[in-house]
Design a protein around this ligand. Structure first.
Ligand code: 3HC
Length: 307
């Protein structure tokens, strides 16, 4: 069975829910996909904060659609974990109790509407760089969920860039808002790709199982190289004095990330961690009656169908 598993993975084919798989493969998939789903759901909070204060009906409609998409991404991904035998209620409990993670990026505050644009441009831009390769991940349900998610992410990134371009063509005050927002979100966006490869506990095995298709540092580098010309087109500067093109490498060199900040935020001590988890806990508790009613209705329907 293990030989068949290895043959399918090495042949770039898909492992499906009914196939035999090593316990470790199942375990790390549940870990990564659950935390990806948690990130999508928690990621609704920073931007939802601005839906009622959007500067126009058009911006409100775009932001509503984006936040709604994130909820759908979470649902696709929780559904993918259930094909591995995970229980959604258990995963939500683990998130609320801090026993599972979500992306560090969502623990930073959104201080003004320029942040909505920068999150679309940088955070969703980073998400796209990280998620497009996952369309080729070896586990079938995850790969298929990512294909739909990536299509919607490209709308998220484009609307953010267009919002910023509009502000950059506005007043000096708006240009200053955008630059301040870029200064606050640039480094946390680079942290989304995870720790340096040599500090990554999971990369080697995930690459061997073709769950991950590139390493953390490879994707981070790809994101930096892609974003520099976009920043130039926008007319903003990226807050890194060491950022420069390196002809020999064919990539941009960039400064060292603050890994102490990274591990602090991942460990629960970021600017908004407590607020984000408390909000998620309250939503779960306040929604218990809806889940109970749906379960009671399903049980009654099943009962009447059996009669
Ligand atoms: N935030 C929080 N935790 C992080 C992290 C981050 N930015 N980067 C790494 N970690 C955690 C890992 O989960 C791991 O902890 P664990 O073993 O308890 O799970 C530990 O730090 C070491 O990191 P590794 O590199 O060894 O872990 P992975 O191999 O899992 O790589 C990852 C981390 C690159 C995030 C990978 O899990 C991944 O690609 N996940 C799928 C994509 C994803 O989750 N993206 C999150 C953002 S979702 C999003 O952007 C939504 C969009 O709409 C904005």
């Amino acid at each position: 069975m293990e030989r068949e598993f290895d043959r399918v993975v090495d042949a770039e084919q898909r492992i499906e829910p009914r196939d035999w798989m090593p316990d470790g493969y199942r375990k790390t998939l549940i870990r990564q996909i659950a935390q990806h789903a948690h990130s999508e759901i928690i990621g609704m909070q920073p931007e939802a904060n601005w839906i009622s204060r959007a500067p126009s009906l058009r911006r409100k409609a775009i932001l509503l659609a984006k936040v709604q998409d994130e909820a759908g991404h979470g649902l696709y991904l929780y559904a993918a974990t259930e094909t591995l035998g995970a229980d959604r209620e258990d995963l939500t409990t683990k998130l609320i109790e801090g026993r599972q993670k979500y992306s560090s990026i969502f623990n930073y505050p959104t201080l003004n509407f320029a942040d909505v644009g920068v999150i679309g441009w940088l955070v969703d831009g980073a998400a796209i760089v990280n998620q497009v390769p996952l369309c080729r991940t070896s586990y079938g349900p995850y790969a298929r969920a990512m294909i739909r998610i990536c299509k919607e992410e490209s709308f998220h990134q484009r609307q953010g860039f267009e919002l910023l371009m509009t502000m950059m063509r506005g007043t000096d005050a708006q240009r200053r808002m955008v630059q301040d927002s870029v200064d606050r979100w640039w480094w946390p966006s680079l942290m989304m790709f995870g720790p340096p490869d040599e500090k990554s506990a999971n990369t080697e095995q995930s690459m061997a199982w073709r769950i991950k298709r590139h390493t953390n540092d490879e994707l981070r580098q790809k994101f930096v190289d892609m974003t520099v010309p976009q920043a130039r087109a926008l007319g903003v500067t990226l807050p890194d004095p060491d950022l420069r093109w390196n002809d020999d490498r064919g990539h941009h060199d960039f400064g060292e990330l603050d890994w102490e900040e990274f591990w602090q935020v991942v460990g629960g001590d970021g600017p908004c961690n407590r607020q984000r988890v408390a909000h998620r806990r309250a939503a779960h508790e306040n929604g218990a009656w809806v889940r109970d009613a749906a379960a009671a209705y399903a049980a009654r329907r099943a009962g009447s169908d059996a009669e």
